[in-house]
Design a protein around this ligand. Structure first.
Ligand SMILES: *[C@@H]1O[C@H](CO)[C@@H](O)[C@H](O)[C@H]1NC(C)=O
Ligand SMILES: *[C@@H]1O[C@H](CO)[C@@H](O)[C@H](O)[C@H]1NC(C)=O
Ligand SMILES: *[C@@H]1O[C@H](CO)[C@@H](O)[C@H](O)[C@H]1NC(C)=O
Ligand SMILES: *[C@@H]1O[C@H](CO)[C@@H](O)[C@H](O)[C@H]1NC(C)=O
Ligand SMILES: *[C@@H]1O[C@H](CO)[C@@H](O)[C@H](O)[C@H]1NC(C)=O
Length: 425
């Protein structure tokens, strides 16, 4: 319905007006009410001056509650303000050297005006490592793994000026993860970072800082996740809405999805697109790479139970450190989680903790590629509150679900399983 409206509007409005209209529609989350201050903050700390410039450590801190960056990882680029070159790097590399022909003898690491930097892989030689590097561009969330919620690299910059009066702040920072979605503000001079090392505190000589924020609209992502429902009191299985994440195109069926029992699956996976990160999904009516199933399980006088199953339908992706954010009024009175970590979140403008961030137990949080092992399960036991508890009108089902920060498409409320006769429950 909303998409139809959007198509209709696009015929009437200029692109900019359309952007404003679309931004205000609820299905495009430019601003995330569950994590209104979520951002990635990048600090550029000048650690020492050299005869030709300086040595800096650049650190990306992920201050987002439930959006992490996973394989194939971040890419950071910027434009130099002067004629700077990257003389050497540790913990990361510039993807292109560019034109260094005017240098004789020792040649810089990169002479690009707008270098793009990527993380090194785990197991990089020791002399190329620094703290917080070499995780193939993965950055966890502060909630799930605070020790891995930052990523750093070191660079020695030449032709840069070598005092705080002569250096210039780089411009046009672009953070990709690795696709679009983040918008970065300008870097500004801020109070110098303090480094605490045991009992000694040192100061950066100069610190520049900028923040990048994520928008699903800019990422131009079709939904990547949907929700299906079932209950103990009604046999109906409510599947994800048809075409939640795209429709099966009959002409290109074999290209945009594969049947689970396809004999060609193995050869497709080992074919020329072997290292692609484009999802290769199992053919379903919803075409989502991820389906979250919420099953309202048996209840007794004081408690009721929910089983959550996350099903991976993408043959090309192992999800590590997955997380869910789920909104349900009973989280306020939640009791016990099995096989899950939990943190309450409060939506902007909400008085109650009705949102739970859930994630797997460390080292047991791998959601394998589509197939017999491509799912994880967890259970939640809720305490009933006689004033509010009811199985009527879909109360037992979640209001919103996010998988790895992306909003999952819910079935329409009128399709929720009905309670045959509430007195029986
Ligand atoms: C980025 O996140 C940090 C930590 O939550 C917060 O202190 C800061 O104000 C945020 N910055 C912006 C521009 O939202
Ligand atoms: C530059 O360095 C001088 C002396 O070290 C210091 O007094 C001044 O505050 C610094 N300026 C900035 C912008 O960091
Ligand atoms: C997923 O993980 C399994 C087990 O670690 C590995 O064998 C497989 O190659 C991985 N698949 C992808 C697409 O990364
Ligand atoms: C949670 O339980 C307490 C009593 O244990 C009750 O006072 C409160 O209203 C309940 N809240 C909700 C949202 O169910
Ligand atoms: C189960 O729920 C569906 C709606 O999803 C409804 O059509 C059906 O009548 C319900 N079954 C019973 C036995 O109430």
């Amino acid at each position: 319905m909303e998409l139809e409206n959007a198509r209709f509007l696009s015929k009437l409005l200029s692109p900019w007006a359309l952007f404003l209209v679309l931004s205000s529609l609820s299905f495009i989350e430019a601003y995330d009410s569950l994590d209104p201050n979520g951002n990635i903050t990048i600090k550029w700390d000048i650690m020492s001056w050299t005869p030709y410039g300086y040595v800096a450590v650049v650190t990306m801190y992920n201050y987002q509650q439930f959006r992490h960056i996973e394989a194939p990882g971040w890419q950071l680029s910027w434009t130099w303000a002067k004629k700077e070159v990257i003389w050497s790097m540790a913990g990361a590399l510039a993807t292109e050297q560019g034109d260094c022909s005017k240098f004789k003898g020792n040649v810089p690491h990169s002479c690009k005006r707008d270098p793009t930097v990527v993380d090194l892989l785990p197991g990089a030689p020791h002399y190329m490592q620094i703290a917080n590097c070499c995780k193939a561009g993965a950055i966890s969330t502060i909630n799930q793994d605070p020790a891995n919620a930052a990523s750093s690299f070191q660079l020695s910059v030449a032709l840069a000026g070598n005092s705080n009066k002569t250096v210039k702040v780089p411009k046009n920072f672009i953070l990709k993860a690795p696709g679009p979605g983040y918008t970065c503000g300008p870097a500004k001079i801020v109070e110098s970072t303090k480094f605490v090392n045991g009992r000694r505190v040192t100061l950066a000589l100069m610190t520049w800082s900028l923040t990048c924020t994520y928008s699903q609209f800019l990422a131009q992502k079709t939904p990547s996740c949907c929700v299906s429902l079932s209950s103990f009191y009604n046999d109906t299985f409510v599947d994800c809405p048809t075409c939640s994440c795209g429709c099966q195109n009959s002409n290109t069926k074999h290209r945009n999805c594969v049947k689970g029992d396809s004999p060609h699956l193995r050869s497709i996976l080992n074919g020329p697109t072997k290292y692609s990160y484009t999802p290769l999904v199992q053919c379903t009516s919803h075409m989502c790479p991820i389906r979250v199933h919420w099953h309202a399980m048996l209840n007794n006088k004081d408690y009721w139970r929910v089983k959550i199953t996350i099903i991976n339908l993408n043959y090309r992706m192992n999800y590590t450190q997955w997380n869910l954010a789920v909104q349900h009024p009973n989280f306020d009175n939640l009791t016990t989680f099995y096989g899950l970590n939990y943190k309450p979140l409060t939506a902007a403008g909400s008085a109650i903790n009705d949102i739970a961030m859930l994630w797997g137990v460390k080292y047991d949080d791998l959601l394998m590629t589509a197939g017999p092992h491509g799912n994880v399960q967890a259970e939640i036991l809720f305490r009933k509150d006689s004033n509010t508890h009811t199985f009527d009108k879909g109360w037992a089902f979640p209001r919103r679900v996010y998988f790895n920060g992306d909003n999952c498409v819910m079935p329409p409320p009128d399709a929720y399983p009905w309670v045959p006769n509430e007195e029986l429950l």
